[in-house]
Design a protein around this ligand. Sequence first.
Ligand code: ADP
Ligand code: ASP
Ligand code: MG
Length: 401
Amino acid sequence: MPVIVQKYGGSSVADTEKIKRVAEKIVNTYKNGNKVVVVVSAMGKSTDNLINLAKQVHDSPPTREMDLLLSTGEIVSVALLCMAIEKLGYEAEGLPGFLAGIRTDSTHTKARIRAIDTRRILEELKKGKIVVIAGFQGISMEENITTLGRGGSDLTAIAIAGALKADICEIYTDVPGVFTADPNIVPDARIIPVISYQEMLEMASTGAKVMQSRAVEFAQKYHIPFVVKSTFIDSGGTMVTEVDFKEGAVVSSVTLDEKQAKITFFNVPDKPGIAARIFGALGEASINVDVIVQNVSTSGYTDLSFTVNISDLEKAFEISKTIGAELGCKSVTSDNDIAKITVIGLGMMNHPGVAARMFKALAESNINIEMISTSEIKISCIVRKQDGQKALKAVHKEFIK
Ligand code: ADP
Ligand code: ASP
Ligand code: MG
């Protein structure tokens, strides 16, 4: 009997009516002769609401208790979805992450999956039950509840599909697949029927929140193909897998990340070891640094800017101010009014001139570029936040015909 893993995102289970529709979909898959394992996210915006509750009590909540709190969102969905399945006359077993055998490291709020003990899942499947697992959570070796970072239910689904050697892994969401740009911002965006892990990973890590980037990384590493589909519309679908690059579009997608922030060191002494000191300290604090720009040095001093995810800004700024003072910088500032726009495409490797076309499209829309970074298959520009969506539309129009 084939094993199918299905993941339903928060918008697919946002209210009890939707939960009932999802239950019907699951039961239909089961009736078609499959073993069904479901991973579900918290209802609608409930994770955001839980974070808000925590912030009302503590401005920097202890991360262990934060994970305990956040894990409840997914458990609510699991329980309700199982009830809806039982109501349709089928047996479902709901499992929070720790009962589903999801073992993680102990990095609270950003834990990594270390192993999956599938015994309980397999036992329940053997009994003929539909298994419903809470996404986004696990248990550490020290037996604490952990969560896997925002969007982490995608990772749960991919990892479970890998551990069970599932025949199919389906990620159900509120759009009918992966598009050339966010279809909620760019109405002309087109669905991409098949995409490589590599391009999907670049998209996910530059702001296309349709898939969590760590989930794509995991899928690529362990060769777990998956499909992204709409929960409520049958057509469409994007297959994410190993794809041999064929000559085709130079740019395959454009992304917008509105969750970036910039830190600038003014008048840093321009001498060896300074960048290592700054970025070493940020790395030790598990802060990912993205675009980095260092100005031309004048009289032995320079300005240095870099971007981080907005959720790391507070911590990154504190560390930066301390180091800035030690180094004798004139000042250290932070700015969260920025956005990052990125063009992605394996075809860029063999086609010069992509950057020039991107800059021209932005210039023609009167959008100022503040920082630029490039790699073999992507180019990113930092712009003002209020220009972000306009920039996305302009750049998409330039490249995706
Ligand atoms: P879920 O709740 O199912 O996990 P998410 O909100 O995390 O769903 O992800 C789906 C959203 O991702 C879509 O509603 C869409 O606005 C956004 N998105 C951004 N970029 C893209 C893209 N290139 N293709 C499809 N969706 C995208
Ligand atoms: N509920 C979690 C979040 O909002 C995990 C997920 O939806 O994948 O980030
Ligand atoms: Mg998501």
